[in-house]
Write a protein that binds this ligand. Structure first.
Ligand SMILES: [Zn+2]
Length: 121
């Protein structure tokens, strides 16, 4: 499946490079953590980098915004990201600390929503 849609996305970007990311057909969404602990969400040509925040003292369980599972506070981590390249406007998101397990359970549409929150003002 999928492949045909990815081609359509590439074609639209080629013909209309200024197309709003909201209007593009879905592409392949990558979701991973790098060696510095930052989380990346990518859907070509968009790329969102989420900075990890310090662990909070509270122990209330929270819902991971990517996989929508309830996770304990120690299994989750808060991240922040700049909105539309504005250094002063941040949004926050709670995600599983274990990005690999989360990425297996997260729906691409959900990751895409988080990605667009960082791209669109
Ligand atoms: Zn998760």
């Amino acid at each position: 499946m999928g492949e045909k849609i990815f081609e359509e996305r590439e074609l639209i970007l080629e013909l209309f490079p200024g197309t709003s990311p909201e209007l593009l057909p879905p592409g392949e969404v990558l979701y991973y953590r790098d060696k510095e602990g930052r989380v990346h969400i990518e859907e070509s040509p968009l790329h969102l980098v989420l900075e990890p925040l310090e662990r909070s003292a509270s122990s209330t369980p929270i819902i991971c915004e990517a996989c929508l599972r309830h996770v304990s506070r120690t299994a989750a981590q808060f991240f922040r990201f700049g909105v539309a390249e504005n250094e002063r406007h941040f949004r926050y998101v709670a995600l599983c600390r274990d990005t690999e397990s989360c990425s297996g359970a997260a729906r691409p549409g959900r990751l895409r929503e988080i990605l667009l929150r960082g791209i669109l003002p």
